[in-house]
Design a protein around this ligand. Sequence first.
Ligand code: ARG
Length: 463
Amino acid sequence: MTKNKNNTSVWNTRIIKSSSLFQKIGSSISFDKRLFKEDIQASIAHVEMLFKKKIITFKVKNKIIFGLNRIRNEIVKKKYKFDSKDEDIHMSIEKRLFEIIGEDAGYVHTARSRNDQVITDLKLWMIKSTNEIIKLLNVSSKLIIKISEKNIYTIMPGFTHLKNAQAVSFSHYMLAYVEMFSRDKIRFKNNLKNLKENPLGVAALTGTSFDIDRNYTTKKLGFINPTRNSIDTVSDRDFVTDFLYSASLCSMHISRLSEEFIIWNSDAYNLIFLNDKIVTGSSIMPQKKNPDPLEYLRGKTGGIYGNLFSMLTILKGLPLSYFKDLQDDKKIVFEAFDNLKNCILVMNEVLSNFSVNKKQMTNLTKQGFITATDLADYFVKQLRYPFRKAYILTAKVINFCEKNKKNLQDLSLKEMQKFEPNIKADVLKVFDLNVSIKSKKSFGGTSFENIKKMIKSYKRDLK
Ligand code: ARG
């Protein structure tokens, strides 16, 4: 067996002088070192299986496990030297294992390849990281629910095209984001279902001639079944793109919330205040309090979409099995994960550090005739008008208001009756925003009643 002496590649016997430039640039250790725990976990499961199947001896198995545990300790305690001459975390750990236990280290790579090793590590990391994102999103939802509970009766104009449309409860508005983050969580949870297959044991691409037990490592590593086709297994990075797509959507939701808050916080709208914790100052304008964290959140989405497109592009022209192109999958997915995690953390800080300018919300409801649809509905209900006729009549009333610089609620019954003599005094309550909101009782609508029910149901789901 070839000894793996310091600073020599395992393939040194065959390749005498490969480019030291590429050795450095092509190395992935700077980013894949963060897989060290998963790599050691998978190697331990692998050698336990090799021993169980009598492929290696008890003594060799114990020696390898001893060495691997020591390496883990060294890395955790930052006493480990990551060398860019080592191509990746797998070669680095193998080399160190040789240094610690000698030639028996060479048994660890029996019946496996880095091709199955690297995806096993990455899948294990992905399961852990996906769960982490789900937990953080649960915190976001809880924070939004807390805000919503306090603002059930806070009325604002809902917008379409950013123009005042109809009255809504601020609580209902915010709960829309709980729905979005719930869908994100479902997507991430679905990804977990697809991460249930264990790649370990397919080796380079064909499987192996050793009598291994893939069900054993499957169980040991917490997977559900072994993957079923060795070639697909080493070629597949669907699970990486699934994560990146889910991260992209989640980040897009965060970006929309951020944009919304930026608009609401602008001096023109002034609907929310941001605490000092979530604003930054200007270098020249002493008065400024800028919503930088929100802009950071909006901006990061671009990077995460970029990660998704990088991965999709790397994959599109690759024939099956392993190619070096795939090495970047980790860099891409780590970057997306780090950014998404930071974004959720920052968003959660924002959600805990803003307040609502209820007065300004009320002021804004006075513009844009936001009860016009309620008036049209009144004509349908009380006068049995077809909706289209009611719509036209209402439009005439609005034209009159606009011309005479009046709000709908300023009209007298007499003025109204000029448009339609059958209008009764009860029409006036249509312009009361509380009445308007209460009336939106259809399932999923903004009525206070519905909101209270929804808050209860979200709370149940989040328990
Ligand atoms: N560092 C490599 C990667 O991340 C590990 C797999 C290497 N396999 C190979 N056949 N060169 O993709």
